[in-house]
Design a protein around this ligand. Structure first.
Ligand SMILES: Cc1ncc(COP(=O)(O)O)c(C=O)c1O
Length: 484
């Protein structure tokens, strides 16, 4: 069954009949657009850039080929239901949160959550109860949430309507999701999972457990990030019991464009087939490539460190995705951002992201020995350019402190009584907007939180280093909006 691609196959069949189109999109197979674009994109892609006419089903009320494709995906992901999203994992995450919590209801959330989670909290009016992730002050990143943290937080908030977890973090660290699911279910609370970086977990036993394998109720799982579908396409996996699939469909529909891209939907269908049929073998190869690279970096490249399973010590750092190569460069006395720029200008290599201390590279089905060797070769040359820093000169690793939530994020965001003040003088004020570095898109401060001096210094340090700080109305991040 998993060999079938009902959606993609039907689209190709439809396009090959070459119907005369009197429906949107106006470009009509590419003829109604400038040739500089249509010739570059190619006629095949444009011939299936279609819309929800009757033979092609409708994502908002699937009964035909989309329904079939979603059912095959559910089977592959071990879910009871799978919903396709063409609004990224952000759209799937917002659907998931707004399906379980409403205004004033509590949801437990790790503080190092993606901005889409914070957006859903503002839109839903839910009250976030933030859980502190484990902090790694050696590498300068945040990990998962421990089982104890969830237990203590549920004890303090027995009226919570949901627990949200990240599986895994951007950097590839998973918490003990299965134990947390068991604990939350004993209390009657559903567990929903941001699985933006975990799409392959279902398909290989050497990777951490997927959210569905761990028994979670919903997971927003990014097929486009690591599973090979087109950018912006994602899935929402649902297990029946604590949540109603019909309600999830209704919320998904509220948050989705009515003009769903069939290119994106078709790419989900084909990526699912690839992962289900060939995933294990492909992941075997990619794990070998990534682990080889990790060994080379750690054994042969001075001043660089790529963490692996050795950092797994607690229930907050319980499992590791080896396909993420997070390379810590602080011993070279440069920022990750500078290394990112050198890789771009001198080696024509683009990384996934960087921060003050690290660069993050992902290894996927699209890699070969050659691409990985090109990266290693560049890293060797870069390391040779920089002197190793004396231990006492190593930069102090700074991680933003967790601000206190004084007002609900929704109340702060919609509050009309705001003013703009210089960032440098904002300590003690309550934020009315967000500040984050993107990627990874985790707010350093969000609406409703009390700004600390430490937050201000962290933001200034990131701005000074040239990192992509964003969020406030002022793009220069000199002024920020606070409550009066
Ligand atoms: C942890 C995490 N969650 C959610 C998202 C949102 O995914 P998307 O970009 O597909 O909307 C991202 C994207 O960077 C992410 O890193």
């Amino acid at each position: 069954m998993q060999n079938k691609t009902p959606l993609f196959t039907k689209l190709v069949e439809h396009a090959s009949r070459n119907p005369i189109q009197f429906h949107i999109p106006a470009h009509k197979k590419g003829f109604g657009m400038p040739s500089e674009f249509s010739e570059f994109i190619g006629p095949n892609a444009l011939s299936i850039d279609l819309i929800n006419i009757a033979p092609l089903d409708d994502l908002h009320s699937p009964k035909g080929i989309i329904k079939e494709a979603q059912e095959l995906a559910a089977q592959a992901f071990g879910a009871d239901h799978t919903f396709f999203s063409v609004q990224g994992t952000s759209g799937a995450i917002m659907t998931m949160i707004m399906s379980v919590v409403g205004p004033g209801e509590k949801i437990l959330v790790p503080r190092n959550a993606h901005k889409s989670i914070m957006a859903a909290i503002i839109l839903s009016g839910a009250h976030p109860v933030f859980m502190h992730p484990e902090v790694d002050s050696n590498i300068g990143i945040m990990h998962g949430i421990s089982v104890d943290t969830v237990r203590v937080t549920l004890d303090a908030h027995p009226d919570a309507k949901g627990v949200l977890l990240i599986n895994p973090t951007y950097f590839g660290i998973s918490c003990d999701l299965k134990s947390i699911v068991e604990l939350s279910h004993q209390r009657g609370v559903p567990v929903i999972v941001d699985e933006a970086h975990g799409v392959l977990f279902q398909f290989h036993e050497q990777l951490p457990l997927s959210a569905m394998q761990a028994g979670a109720d919903m997971a927003a799982t990014s097929v486009h990030k690591l599973g090979g579908s087109m950018t912006q396409s994602s899935v929402l996996n649902v297990r029946e019991g604590f949540v109603s699939p019909a309600h999830v469909q209704a919320v998904l529909s509220m948050l989705h464009t009515t003009s769903t891209s069939y290119l994106l939907l078709a790419s989900l269908d084909v990526a699912r087939k690839n992962m289900a049929v060939h995933g294990h073998e492909l992941i075997d190869k990619v794990i070998r490539l990534a682990q080889g690279a990790r060994r080379t970096i750690n054994e042969e490249i001075p001043g660089m460190y790529c963490f692996g399973e050795e950092i797994l010590q607690t229930s907050a750092t319980f499992a590791h995705d080896p396909l993420k190569l997070n390379i810590t460069v602080k011993e070279l006395g440069v920022t990750g951002w500078e290394i990112e720029k050198i890789l771009r200008t001198d080696f024509n290599i683009e990384v996934e992201m960087s921060d003050l201390y690290n660069i993050l590279c992902i290894v996927t089905f699209g890699d070969t020995e050659e691409t990985v060797e090109a990266l290693l070769d560049a890293l060797r040359q870069i390391a040779a350019r920089f002197q190793l820093q004396e231990k006492q000169e190593l930069p102090e690793v700074r991680i933003p402190s967790m601000p206190l939530l004084a007002v609900s994020p929704r109340d702060a965001f919609y509050n009309k009584r705001t003013e703009v003040v210089p960032l440098r003088e904002a300590a003690g004020r309550i934020m009315a907007e967000s500040v984050m570095v993107y990627p990874p898109g985790i707010p350093i401060i969000m609406p409703g939180e009390v700004i600390t001096q430490d937050n201000i210094e962290y933001i200034l340090e990131n701005v000074k280093a040239g990192l992509p700080v964003q969020g406030p109305d002022d793009p220069n991040i000199e002024w920020i909006k606070v409550l009066k």
